[in-house]
Design a protein around this ligand. Structure first.
Ligand SMILES: [Zn+2]
Length: 331
């Protein structure tokens, strides 16, 4: 507010009417001074008349709780307008952070090319008080890309004449468990790096610099060979992780696996939160111990679910603990 320039229009003001905004700023400053958020005020003689200026001490700068508490000490009209302004600015910041990919809402979006509900959701708990139920959804995720999709993407790029000479299909120089891995690399014109598409896990989050692409992978000149390698990896990765059949984690390992099962507990969650937390804390793997809220959308019927992610390895023990709770409730 020191700069007298606000990123959003203050509530009750119009951008066509700068005097209404100036008036709001004067009132808001006076209010913030009266409750001690703005301190050490001095009166300055400026071109446009006298102006109050002050500062917000460092310890108050990041204390939203204290700020909101002090707002409660203001008369309702200016209190509401300041609160609305605060929310408007907060929304703008969240929006900007989200579009830059830097916003962490605590909710993880699960994305895949195909997300389908397996069978019908299973009721695992019914709350005695409200009659509301907790439901387990099991989804099958397919992260993979078919050869047809990859070939189309590559042909499209060639046709546009936008492609770089290094665009194309590659195989890994190293073998992993006796197999080479295949991928499609397409230059991202804006960054100069390469977007990587793999048969088992789709588009990589990270783009690859050309130097890394050249050192770890070899370009395949024969389209038949690329087709064969891609299809074989697509099929093999359906049920198997990239560590092969001898992986220590067995069926629960999902690294490089195309098809995955994802279990999400939805519906009424609060009454069972404690039980789930306890069941997850007994899990062997660190990443399975944390409660994670996830959001996903089925690709066949666009049903959206928000709920708690239950790692596959923990499903049985969570269900067991929940049914035990229910039995105790019903006694
Ligand atoms: Zn594995």
């Amino acid at each position: 507010m020191e700069q007298d320039i606000l990123p959003v229009e203050p509530p009750g003001c119009s951008s066509d009417d700068s005097s209404s905004i100036q008036e709001f700023i004067v009132k808001a400053k006076a209010a913030l001074i009266s409750v001690g958020i703005v301190r050490d005020t001095v009166l300055c003689n400026g071109k446009e008349g006298n102006k109050l200026s002050g500062r917000i001490v460092d310890s108050d700068m990041h204390d939203v709780g204290r700020f909101l508490n002090r707002l409660l000490g203001l008369p309702p009209n200016i209190q509401n307008r300041l609160f609305e302004l605060f929310i408007k600015i907060l929304e703008l910041m969240v929006h900007n952070a989200r579009s830059e990919g830097q916003f962490d809402s605590g909710i993880v979006d699960i994305k895949a090319n195909i997300i389908e509900l397996q069978g019908s959701p299973k009721t695992v708990h019914v709350d005695n008080l409200s009659g509301a139920s907790t439901v387990l959804f099991t989804f099958t995720l397919d992260r993979g890309l078919t050869w047809e999709f990859a070939k189309d993407a590559f042909d499209e790029r060639q046709k546009d004449g936008l492609g770089s000479a290094s665009d194309g299909f590659y195989e890994s120089r190293r073998e992993w468990m006796g197999r080479r891995h295949y991928m499609l690399a397409l230059e991202d014109i804006s960054s100069g790096m390469y977007k990587i598409f793999r048969p088992a896990v789709g588009e990589a989050l990270r783009e690859m610099p050309l130097s890394e692409l050249k050192s770890k992978y070899r370009k395949i000149s024969s389209i038949e060979k690329a087709n064969e390698g891609w299809k074989e990896e697509y099929e093999l990765s359906a049920q198997q992780c990239m560590h092969g059949p001898k992986c220590k984690l067995g069926i629960y390992c999902t690294v490089g696996r195309r098809l995955q099962e994802v279990n999400v507990l939805g519906g009424l969650i609060l009454p069972v939160w404690g039980t789930i937390e306890k069941a997850l804390s007994k899990q062997a793997r660190q990443s399975h111990k944390r409660i994670r809220i996830v959001r996903l959308e089925a690709t066949n019927d666009n049903q959206r679910i928000v709920g708690l992610l239950i790692p596959s390895a923990a499903v049985e023990s969570v269900l067991q603990d929940l049914s035990w709770d229910q039995a105790v409730d019903e006694r």
